[in-house]
Ligand binder design. Structure first.
Ligand code: ZN
Length: 502
């Protein structure tokens, strides 16, 4: 056995002569700067392979060494009969290398011993942004589930957890100056469940806990608060911020709703300011996602305050208010040292209010938004619903499969995702990478979410990490058979039907 079938596939893998053998697990040691990463991986292995504590095979070692001349996320891994050496320039690189080893150990630890084929690996990512988004508004997911998910993402060298914290169906972020956002906005009456209230929110302590847990796994947590649409939960808490004044309720239906924040009310910027201050305090990531998707304009068109605003700033129609709001929100984030991300709708109707170039566009309605944004000088993250990135879609068109009716997205579709496909080479550098998204309208529990996420996220991880020239779906499918046993060992629920494709 010369390859232990890791996912994503390493960029360069040279089989070598010999076998590394060790009773128990090898001790991990290394330069002081890698102390924290080594601690995390020791804990992971103690959890993954409870029969063997790390260091129990102490005659052999994994030695982590700092190299100065490597890319941030790259690593070199050399397995020799006498020991394993791992080099990287940063904690990120070393962590990725240790996760590749963790995958192999999960497969190869047997009968109180470890046996690995000797190899030399030089590995590095194809794209810097390799993400996953979880919608925690449509259904509330617990902190232990989110942590389990982040750990599993990091096993695949994914490095961004995009946390969708607010939507029509629930506001999950505590904001001191606006206590009703969580007091009222985090709960909804479920007509499907005899009118009982469901929901919840994350405390500041929860959020700091998740952010720190993710950081130790080299995963950046990017928060999203959706503005100015998808605002039912905000309006239920503060009805004065809507065009009609309400009454409003935290929605238990799913879809797009006509009530959005009133563009003529300065209070929406006071609220945004308080929300951004909270995000800046809790999330160290330079990025904040401001949503900006699926805004209907009929309330603005009928609202005297919104019409007055249109006249004051000399816009030609209430539709232009969305880009005017986006522009202001982007500036407010810039003042706080943050970079705004928006869904691709933010590009529309921007003839009059030019969007600042620093706004990053997340292309979800196919790739056209991303292409247009890259031509206009924006950085882009590709997450097209047409190319396997929407993990709430059914795996295959089968009435027995859960997920969105009439929409499918196979493992093959996810594997085929190529963020720069159809992008002119001059704009390719603007493409930061891509991500998978799990919208949770139909997915109300963690184990159910896992079924939708795995193994499609494994396929996306390879699409975002492995050099394009090495992508091979048949080869991936063979490795996946081995890899799914690892995910079983981690207690992850998985889809196991047809992978789709040819
Ligand atoms: Zn209005």
């Amino acid at each position: 056995m010369k390859d232990l079938h890791s996912i994503p596939k390493p960029a360069v893998l040279h089989p070598q002569e010999g076998v590394f053998q060790c009773s128990g697990l090898p001790e991990i040691s290394g330069d002081g700067c890698f102390h924290q990463v080594i601690e995390v991986v020791r804990d992971q292995l103690a959890h993954d392979v409870p029969a063997a504590s790390p260091g129990s095979g102490s005659e052999k070692r994994i030695i982590c060494t700092k190299a100065l001349d490597m890319e941030e996320e790259a690593y070199h891994l050399q397995i020799r009969p006498e020991g394993i050496s791992l080099t990287g320039a940063s904690e990120r690189g070393i962590y990725h290398g240790l996760q590749t080893l963790r995958q192999w150990i999960l497969s190869a630890y047997k009968d109180r011993g470890l046996s690995l084929p000797c190899v030399a690996i030089e590995d590095y990512p194809r794209f810097p942004w390799r993400g996953f988004m979880l919608d925690t508004s449509r259904y509330f997911y617990t902190v232990p589930f989110i942590k389990k998910l982040i750990d599993a993402l990091s096993l695949h060298h994914l490095n961004v957890f995009h946390w969708h914290l607010t939507d029509d169906q629930g506001w999950r972020l505590p904001v001191d100056a606006y206590p009703l956002l969580t007091e009222i906005g985090s709960k909804r009456q479920e007509h499907r469940f005899k009118g009982r209230y469901t929901g919840g929110f994350y405390t500041e302590g929860d959020i700091r806990d998740v952010v720190a847990y993710a950081a130790r796994r080299q995963v950046e947590v990017v928060p999203e608060v959706d503005l100015p649409g998808h605002a039912s939960a905000i309006l239920a808490a503060y009805p004065g911020l809507g065009c009609t004044g309400g009454p409003y309720r935290v929605e238990d239906r799913f879809g797009i709703f006509e009530d959005v924040l009133c563009a003529g009310n300065d209070g929406i910027f006071e609220l945004s300011s308080a929300v951004f201050d909270t995000l800046a305090t809790l999330f160290p990531s330079p990025y904040v996602h401001i949503g900006g998707d699926e805004v209907w304009f009929n309330r603005w068109e009928a609202c005297p305050k919104c019409q007055r605003r249109v006249q004051e700033i000399g816009l030609s129609s209430p539709r232009d208010l969305q880009s005017w709001i986006s522009m202001r929100l982007v500036r407010m984030l810039t003042e706080r040292g943050k970079i705004a991300i928006g869904w691709d709708e933010v590009l529309e109707d921007t003839e009059q209010c030019r969007l600042p170039k620093e706004l990053v566009v997340m292309s979800w309605r196919g790739t056209e938004g991303g292409k247009a944004a890259s031509k206009r000088g924006h950085k882009v993250i590709m997450t097209p619903n047409t190319q396997g990135c929407y993990l709430d879609y059914r795996h295959v068109d089968d009435p027995e499969e859960p997920g969105q009716l009439f929409l499918t997205s196979s493992v093959y579709d996810a594997y085929s995702m190529n963020p720069v496909q159809g992008i002119h080479s001059e704009q390719a550098a603007a493409i930061m990478g891509g991500q998978g998204n799990l919208w949770s309208e139909l997915i109300y529990a963690g184990k159910f979410a896992e079924y939708m996420i795995f193994p499609r996220i494994c396929a996306l991880a390879e699409a975002l990490w492995t050099p394009l020239s090495l992508k091979d779906f048949d080869d991936f499918s063979r490795r996946l058979q081995v890899h799914q046993k690892r995910l079983d060992m981690l207690g992850i629920v998985q889809y196991r039907g047809s992978l789709g494709g040819v």
